[in-house]
Design a protein around this ligand. Structure first.
Ligand code: NOJ
Ligand code: CA
Length: 700
C-alpha cells in the first residue's frame, strides 16, 4: 500500500495502475522491471537495480499512420517464464556464454489495432531487454507505417555520459564526455569533415550511450538484433534528464519504418553494472540475438591480416589506376602516388604475410571504378569481377595459394547499393573462383536509393542480406560504413567485424582520434560487436611520408600493441607498411604472437575514457595476453597475475613504453624485457601519456 501511495504521488497519470502493474526480476533479484497502464491506457515501465530506481517511470509505444497506438490499451494477460542456457560462440572473448533471464510478456488489447501488442521484457542479472511484438491473430499481412517510437528512458540524475551524435549516415565521430544536461551536437558541425554526415537534431545521440551515476553505477542504453527498422537514436530532454527513442527515417522523412505483420521490433537494451568492468563483461546484447544460422561453421576463421591499404591513406599510393596512368601519360614521368594494387606490390605483401604468419592480404583498388567513386553519388561505378590491367588476378591467386595466404577482396560500393545487389552473386562466384573467402565491403558516400540513410530500415536490411548471402557462399565479411552492430555476429558469425566507428584511418588524414578514444570505444560502440579498427601503426608521424604533413597517430607505439588485446575483434589488421615492421621486428613480434580468438577474458581495471587493463587466454591454450591502455594521462597499475594457471611457470614478455615516451613528444620508444612469472605474482604497469603496455605470457 505504501508503495502504491508513493507511486500515485510520483506519477498521477498512473492512477489506474493498481490493476495493471506487473513486475519481473532478474535471476539474482538485483534488477527488476515494473510495467503498467495509466488511466488512458498508455503503457509505462520502470527499472530498479540494487534497490535503486535507475530508469524512472517512462513511456512505451508507437505512433503509426494507420492507427492511433498511443493510448487505449487494456491489459489482457501477463505471463512470466524463465530461461537458462549456456551456448558456445563460434569465436569470441570467452569459450561459453550463459543466457539466463526471467521474461515477462505483457499483452495488451487495442481496439483500433484490432489485435494485441505484447511488450516482451527479458530481465538478466546485468540489465534488461524489451521489444514490441505485434501479434498476428487475424492480422497477418496488415501494414504498419511507423511515424514515431514513444519509448523513453527517464534517468534519475544528471549522469556523466559518453556519446556521439545521432547521425543518420555515420558513426565516425569523436566521443564527448559530459553531463546529460549538457548534451549538444553543435560542436560536431565543426568536426573534421567526413564523407557523409546527417545530424538532424542537436540533442540527439547515437546508441550505445554509456553513463556513470554519482554512486558509480554504470548504465548503457543500446539496441540488439536491429532488423527491418531504423537504428535507435535518443533524443535528449536536457531539462528532464530523459531520453526518448528517435528512429532514423526512411527516404520519406515522415516515415520511420514500414512493416508487415507479423512483426516485432529490435530489442531496446539497458545494461546495468556496479562498475565499468561489468559493462565490458556483459553478453546481454548477443544473448538477445538469434542463435547461429550457419550449420557448417568450419570455414569461419578469426584472422590477422595485412594489406595494400595504409599506403593509400598516407598518400603514397592511389586506389585509382586510371588517374595514375593518365598522369604518367601526361608528364611522361613516374608519378608519386602510383596505383597501389599492382601485381608486384601485391605479391610483395603476400610474401610478407607468408613470412610472418598472417592469414590474409587485403587488396583495395584492385577493380575498375575508382575514378568515379568519391562524392559523385553515381550508380554503376564499380565492377566487382573486373580487375585493373596491372592487377594480374590469375598470377596473384596462384601465388597466394602456393604461399598459403588468402587474398581478402574489397568491394567498395560507393553506397550505390542496388548496383551492388545486382552484382553480388557474380562477385562472390568470382571470389570463390579465385580462391578467396573473405571480403571487406564499403559504403562511402550518400546512399543510392536517393534519400535512404546508412542506418535506416532499407540499409539495415541490406547489411543482413549481405551477411546471409556471403554465408551461403562460405565467405566471411567485414563491413565499413555500415550501421553499428547490434549483436548479429551471434547469428551470422561469418560477419567477423564492422567499422562503424572513427577508426585508425582518421589519424592518417585528419585531426585524428584523441588519446582517450580507444579508452571509450569498448564501453560504447564495441558493445554491439567487433570493430575493424586496424591497429599496429609503428610510423606514427605522417611527416615521415611528407614533411608538410602534421597528422599523427595519437598514441605511443606500445599502445598500438596493447590495442590488439583491449579492442576485441576476431579480425585484426597489422595496418602499417611492411617496411615499417621490418625496421622493428622485435616490437612486431607481439603482433605476430597475439591471437584473435579467446577462451577467457578478465577485466583487471577499467575507467571509461581514462584507462583499462584486460587479460585474455588464447583459444585452446594456456597462454595469456594482457593489454593496458591509458588516455592522455600517464597511468600506473599493479596487475595481479591471478588469472595464470596454478603450478605453471610462464615467460612474460613485456612491451612497455620506453623511457621518456609520450604520445606526442616521443611516441616511438618501446622497452622489451622477458621475465619468469607465476600465478599470484604482481606486475607493475607503467604507462606513458597516451601510452600502453602489452604482455604475452607463454607457458614455459
Ligand atoms: C573507407 C574505409 O573505412 C577505408 O578502410 C577504405 O580504405 C576506404 N573507405 C576506401 O574504400
Ligand atoms: Ca570509414
Amino acid at each position: 500500500m505504501k508503495h502504491l501511495l508513493f507511486l500515485l504521488l510520483l506519477l498521477p497519470c498512473l492512477a489506474n495502475a493498481q490493476n495493471t502493474l506487473r513486475s519481473v526480476s532478474s535471476p539474482d533479484k538485483k534488477v527488476s522491471v515494473t510495467i503498467g497502464l495509466n488511466k488512458t491506457g498508455e503503457p509505462f515501465y520502470k527499472v530498479s537495480f540494487n534497490g535503486k530506481t535507475v530508469v524512472d517511470w517512462s513511456r512505451l509505444g508507437f505512433t503509426t499512420k494507420e492507427t492511433d497506438l498511443r493510448s487505449g490499451y487494456t491489459l489482457m494477460n501477463a505471463q512470466t517464464s524463465t530461461f537458462d542456457e549456456t551456448w558456445k560462440p563460434v569465436w569470441g572473448e570467452v569459450a561459453q556464454i550463459r543466457n539466463h533471464y526471467n521474461e515477462l510478456r505483457y499483452t495488451m488489447g487495442h481496439q483500433q489495432l484490432g489485435s494485441a501488442l505484447t511488450i516482451q521484457f527479458r530481465v538478466f542479472n546485468d540489465g534488461i531487454g524489451f521489444r514490441y511484438d505485434f501479434l498476428t491473430k487475424d492480422n497477418e499481412g496488415k501494414k504498419l507505417t511507423f511515424t514515431d517510437e514513444l519509448t523513453e528512458f527517464q534517468m534519475t540524475g544528471d549522469h556523466t555520459a559518453w556519446w556521439i551524435p545521432g547521425d543518420f549516415d555515420s558513426n565516425e565521430h569523436v566521443y564527448t564526455t559530459c553531463k546529460i544536461s549538457e548534451i549538444d551536437c553543435a560542436r560536431y558541425n565543426r568536426e573534421h569533415a567526413i564523407a557523409t554526415q546527417h545530424i538532424v537534431k542537436m540533442k540527439n545521440t547515437q546508441t550505445p550511450i554509456t553513463m556513470r551515476m554519482a554512486d558509480g553505477t554504470h548504465i548503457t542504453i543500446a539496441e540488439a538484433a536491429l532488423a527491418d527498422f531504423g537504428a535507435l537514436h535518443l533524443e535528449t530532454d536536457v531539462k528532464k534528464l530523459k531520453f526518448k527513442a528517435f528512429l532514423i527515417s526512411t527516404a520519406d522523412s515522415t516515415v520511420k519504418s514500414v512493416n508487415t505483420l507479423p512483426f516485432h521490433t529490435p530489442w531496446r537494451v539497458v545494461l546495468l553494472s556496479k562498475d565499468a568492468a561489468g559493462i565490458l563483461q556483459s553478453k546481454l546484447i548477443m544473448n538477445l540475438n538469434e542463435p547461429c544460422k550457419i550449420q557448417d561453421v568450419s570455414w569461419i576463421k578469426p584472422q590477422k591480416y595485412v594489406g595494400v591499404w595504409w599506403e593509400m591513406h598516407v598518400g603514397l599510393a592511389t586506389w585509382d589506376y586510371e588517374a595514375t596512368a593518365d598522369m604518367m601519360a601526361a608528364t611522361g614521368r613516374e608519378v608519386k602516388g602510383k596505383h597501389g594494387a599492382n601485381t608486384e606490390n601485391v605479391l610483395r605483401y603476400v610474401d610478407f604475410a607468408a613470412q610472418y604468419g598472417f592469414d590474409g592480404v587485403l587488396v583495395e583498388g584492385w577493380n575498375t571504378g575508382w575514378k568515379d567513386w568519391f562524392g559523385k553519388m553515381k550508380d554503376e561505378v564499380f565492377d566487382f569481377a573486373k580487375p585493373y590491367p596491372d592487377f594480374d588476378m590469375d598470377r596473384i591467386s596462384r601465388y597466394a595459394k602456393e604461399k598459403g595466404v588468402k587474398i581478402i577482396s574489397h568491394h567498395e560500393t560507393s553506397a550505390a547499393v542496388p548496383s551492388y545487389e545486382r552484382q553480388m552473386d557474380a562477385a562472390y562466384a568470382y571470389m570463390k573462383k579465385n580462391g578467396q573467402n573473405a571480403v571487406k565491403t564499403g559504403y562511402v558516400g550518400k546512399i543510392i536509393p536517393r534519400g535512404e540513410w546508412h542506418d535506416g530500415q532499407w540499409m539495415n536490411n541490406h547489411y543482413l542480406r549481405v551477411a546471409e548471402r556471403t554465408a551461403q557462399n562460405q565467405i566471411m565479411v567485414d563491413m565499413h560504413e555500415p550501421v553499428r552492430p547490434s549483436g548479429w555476429h551471434r547469428t551470422w558469425p561469418n560477419w567477423l567485424a564492422s567499422e562503424a566507428t572513427r577508426g585508425q584511418e582518421f589519424n592518417a588524414w585528419s585531426t585524428g582520434n584523441p588519446p582517450e578514444h580507444e579508452c571509450i570505444l569498448p564501453f560504447t560502440r564495441s558493445l554491439g560487436g567487433p570493430i575493424d579498427y586496424t591497429p599496429g601503426i609503428f610510423e606514427v608521424r605522417m611527416s615521415a611520408y611528407d614533411p608538410k604533413k602534421t597528422e599523427v597517430v595519437h598514441t605511443t607505439v606500445a599502445k598500438q600493441l596493447a590495442l590488439y588485446v583491449t579492442l576485441y575483434s576476431p579480425l585484426q589488421m597489422a595496418a602499417d607498411l611492411p617496411e615499417n615492421y621490418e625496421k622493428r621486428l622485435d616490437v612486431f613480434q607481439f603482433i605476430r604472437d597475439v591471437p584473435v580468438d579467446w577462451d577467457d577474458t578478465k577485466i583487471l581495471e577499467a575507467s571509461i575514457g581514462d584507462y583499462m587493463t584486460v587479460a585474455r587466454r588464447q583459444k585452446g591454450a594456456q597462454n595469456w595476453f594482457l593489454g593496458s591502455i591509458t588516455d592522455e594521462n600517464p597511468h600506473k597499475f599493479e596487475a595481479r597475475l591471478d588469472f595464470l594457471a596454478p603450478g605453471k611457470t610462464y615467460v612474460a614478455t613485456i612491451y612497455a613504453d620506453g623511457k621518456g615516451a609520450h604520445w606526442k613528444d616521443n611516441p616511438y620508444p618501446v622497452s622489451i624485457r622477458s621475465i619468469e612469472v607465476k600465478k599470484g605474482d604482481k606486475l607493475l604497469l607503467d604507462l606513458a601519456a597516451g601510452g600502453g603496455c602489452a604482455v604475452s605470457f607463454k607457458v614455459k
